[in-house]
Write a protein that binds this ligand. Structure first.
Ligand code: ADP
Ligand code: MG
Length: 274
């Protein structure tokens, strides 16, 4: 038998400095007794800095649960998570709130904009709450990148769905978070608006060095990523590097037929805990 690491391409291993998020033996169980659901089964994974990672899998496979645990939105039942140097599975609620505020950007399917605030007020809201000043140069480049310079005084109801989601992307980028998590952020958009948002995220990785993790069930959306992790029944069962829509669809068909390639090995489970 080959050693487990033989499945790992050198580009995926990285040094700890190049890892944005690291999870080891992450399990999540919802409910008790008869309502018990094992949403994550000992997931170990490294997410690289400055890369675009997509998490795919059928409905109920654990994509959102994994993202919520990695983003410190939900506690894992067991296992460890590091965001950068912080071991978040050790932090208390106050420290977690600060970590989410300072280190993480979020983009959800619902845009979660405040209806009474203008676009630019929504964009700077998290910084205002944190009593931090957005770097004006950076803010301008973010606004230019998302193409909203002429919509800044509009309220969300005066913007299309795609424009509202671009406000949400700008809001996530403005604080220069270590990592941006998105859960189906293009799920409510038509394909044109969706591809604009995805290109924007892609550019934020290529041009700004942003780290992005996106949950999606759409192969086209996942094709914007550098790496796609495939989940089934609470485990990561496969991955694809620099994927095209075509290779992603093929992987999904393989997995649906049950003829899986070897599961992605636990990412150097014993070595990352130093
Ligand atoms: P996905 O995002 O891939 O559709 P989820 O992570 O949302 O999957 O869900 C994984 C499993 O956990 C599913 O069986 C789901 O029903 C269950 N689950 C998710 N959230 C909860 C919850 N808050 N309470 C109970 N079960 C949950
Ligand atoms: Mg989900």
């Amino acid at each position: 038998m080959e050693p487990a690491d033989a499945h790992y391409r050198p580009s995926l291993v990285g040094t700890s400095a190049s890892i944005a998020v690291r999870a080891r033996q992450l399990s999540k169980i919802y409910g008790t007794r008869e309502t018990r659901v094992h949403a994550l089964r000992s997931v170990s994974v490294d997410i690289e800095r400055g890369r675009f990672t997509a998490i795919m899998g059928p409905s109920g496979s654990g994509k959102s649960t994994l993202m919520h645990c990695l983003a410190a939105l939900e506690p894992a039942t067991s296992g460890q998570i590091w965001i950068g140097r912080s071991k978040i599975t050790r932090l208390n609620e106050r420290q977690l709130t600060r970590l989410r505020r300072d280190k993480i950007g979020f983009i959800f399917q619902a845009y979660n904009l405040i209806p009474t605030l203008t676009a630019v007020e929504n964009i700077t809201l998290p910084m205002d709450i944190a009593r931090r000043q957005a770097d004006p140069k950076w803010l301008k480049s973010v606004i230019d990148t998302v193409g909203l310079a002429d919509r800044l005084r509009h309220r969300p109801s005066q913007l299309s769905g795609g424009q509202q989601q671009r406000v949400a992307v700008a809001r996530a980028l403005t604080s220069r978070p270590d990592i941006i998590f998105g859960d189906e952020p293009t799920g409510n958009l038509d394909s044109h608006a969706g591809s604009r948002v995805l290109s924007l995220l892609r550019n934020s990785v290529d041009d700004l060095g942003q780290t992005v993790v996106l949950v999606t069930h759409d192969p086209t959306a996942a094709s914007y990523a550098d790496r796609v992790l495939f989940m089934a029944d609470g485990s990561i069962v496969d991955e694809a590097l620099t994927p095209t829509t075509d290779t992603i669809v093929k992987c999904m068909l393989h997995l649906a037929r049950g003829d899986q390639r070897p599961a992605v090995p636990p990412a150097r489970a014993s070595q990352g805990d130093a």
